[in-house]
Design a protein. Structure first.
Length: 131
């Protein structure tokens, strides 16, 4: 058996921006689960290059904070390979809400290495991203 991790699919079930609370899986919790390959909040564990699935809705980042790379506050810090799939380009929106560095709401934590962020079928806007 090889040591290569299989990809996981993590399904977001709430538009509420929470980190570790409640029984639902938020976008922030899904990113954290993908980063750590562990169960977080209401989300299943990530495993290798993950896919996060978002139903239609507006996902407004409301947990304020700056200059931390764990994704617990401010922007969503991506620490590994992840694909974010929205249900539709017009119906699924991530609104950064100026929670961190102004225009940044998806951030490749560490800024180095082979971290792939692949938002699927999206239209980037300065502080809002439609998937």
């Amino acid at each position: 058996m090889s040591g290569t991790a299989l990809a996981a699919s993590i399904s977001v079930s709430t538009t509420v921006d929470e980190a570790g609370g409640g029984g639902a899986c938020s976008l922030r919790e899904a990113v954290r689960a993908a980063n750590t390959d562990a169960v977080f909040g209401g989300c299943t564990a990530g495993s290798g290059p993950d896919t996060i699935s978002l139903p239609n809705g507006t996902y407004t980042l409301t947990t304020l904070g700056q200059n931390e790379d764990a994704g617990l506050t401010g922007d969503l810090d991506i620490a590994g390979s992840v694909t974010i799939n929205g249900a539709s380009s017009s119906g699924t929106v991530i609104d950064g809400n100026n929670t961190d560095a102004g225009l940044r709401h998806l951030h490749r934590a560490g800024g180095h290495g082979d971290r792939d962020v692949e938002p699927d079928d999206q239209a980037w806007q300065p502080d809002e991203c439609g998937l």
